[in-house]
Write a protein that binds this ligand. Structure first.
Ligand SMILES: *[C@@H]1O[C@H](CO)[C@@H](O)[C@H](O)[C@H]1NC(C)=O
Ligand SMILES: *[C@@H]1O[C@H](CO)[C@@H](O)[C@H](O)[C@H]1NC(C)=O
Ligand SMILES: *[C@@H]1O[C@H](CO)[C@@H](O)[C@H](O)[C@H]1NC(C)=O
Ligand SMILES: *[C@@H]1O[C@H](CO)[C@@H](O)[C@H](O)[C@H]1NC(C)=O
Ligand SMILES: *[C@@H]1O[C@H](CO)[C@@H](O)[C@H](O)[C@H]1NC(C)=O
Length: 285
């Protein structure tokens, strides 16, 4: 086992065993709630999923993968739209789900879920609809969610402004590695950047999601602040995403900006090549 596989394993264990009740543990909460038979069912879906008539249709079991995968897309969507260094959404639980084919155009999931705003620890029940268009991979899942927006009531503007001023006027540019570290720990002053990286990565996860995937943020390998441009803080970062169905760790490079007024904007995203042998957790079947 090479260094990299040990490292990735440590990352996964670190994230799962996170001693801090922060985003790291919340983001994998859905995973830990799943029952063993769920994984088996997913195996079947993975194999047979290309044939539409074997996809789960009608009422879905809330804790099983089909409902969880669709619900996870809602989390990525909310983070993409409303996320900030002080506002981060997590899927807390799926209450009910329903899936149906829509003529030849795709599949629609109707979900009742509880969404948590992780930083204020507020939870709200909302209804969501996720539509996965059939065909070209470039067609994104479409999400409607309401009234999850009530979770936005907590005003984070002052905190955001303070963070912005601190890093905008700082002579030295931020640079950090391994958020969280292999023990699941993140220094308090780095938490906003972990959240920012999750929000930026949500664009990737939303874009890459299909009804057969379940993406979680695993780790920020590194994040580097670049010179501020047009009043936007600018960051380059390298993130590790965990796709739970295939158990793959995917490496992406991201360039994004953030300001309280402008929000998070991803300028570039690039998936980096990965090697199968060194990145699959060895315990996976
Ligand atoms: C906003 O979030 C903070 C934690 O970040 C919490 O202490 C506070 O109670 C929340 N305010 C409201 C109005 O929910
Ligand atoms: C979040 O709130 C729930 C109750 O809604 C509580 O049980 C839990 O301990 C809280 N978690 C944190 C980290 O405060
Ligand atoms: C989403 O992915 C497609 C390729 O599948 C790419 O062309 C597009 O730029 C991506 N969009 C975003 C917002 O990343
Ligand atoms: C400037 O940045 C450094 C490193 O990120 C940090 O330790 C320091 O507190 C910052 N200074 C101010 C005035 O915020
Ligand atoms: C960031 O991490 C990746 C993966 O570990 C590494 O390949 C890259 O060189 C690192 N970049 C910086 C600037 O440290």
């Amino acid at each position: 086992m090479g260094f990299r596989s040990i490292f990735v394993l440590a990352v996964l264990m670190g994230v799962r065993g996170s001693p801090t009740p922060g985003a790291a543990s919340a983001d994998v909460a859905a995973h830990s709630k799943m029952t063993p038979e769920t994984a088996e069912e997913t195996g079947q879906n993975l194999v047979l999923g290309v044939e539409d008539n074997v996809m789960a249709t009608g009422e879905l079991k809330p804790n099983h993968y089909p409902a969880q995968r669709a619900a996870k897309v809602v989390q990525h969507y909310l983070n993409t739209r409303y996320g900030s260094p002080y506002r981060l959404f997590g899927l807390q639980r799926v209450h009910s789900g329903n899936a149906e084919d829509v003529a030849d155009s795709g599949r629609k999931y109707q979900l009742e879920i509880s969404v948590q705003e992780i930083i204020s620890n507020m939870t709200q029940k909302c209804s969501a609809e996720v539509f996965f268009p059939r065909g070209e991979k470039s067609l994104l899942a479409q999400v409607k969610a309401s009234p999850c927006e009530e979770l936005l009531n907590n005003d984070t503007k002052a905190q955001e402004e303070a963070l912005y001023q601190q890093y905008k006027n700082n002579q030295s540019l931020l640079s950090a590695q391994y958020l969280p570290d292999s023990y699941g720990h993140i220094e308090p002053d780095m938490k906003p950047f972990w959240h920012l990286a999750i929000v930026a990565s949500s664009s990737i996860m939303l874009n890459e999601s299909t009804q057969d995937t379940l993406y979680n943020m695993a780790q920020v390998a590194n994040i580097t602040q670049l010179a501020t441009e047009n009043e936007q803080l600018k960051f380059q970062c390298h993130v590790l995403l965990h796709e739970l169905v295939s158990q793959e760790i995917l490496h992406w490079k991201l360039l994004f900006t953030w300001s309280p007024a402008g929000g998070v904007n991803v300028l570039e995203m690039e998936q980096l090549p990965h090697c199968h042998d060194c990145e699959k957790p060895p315990t996976t079947n």
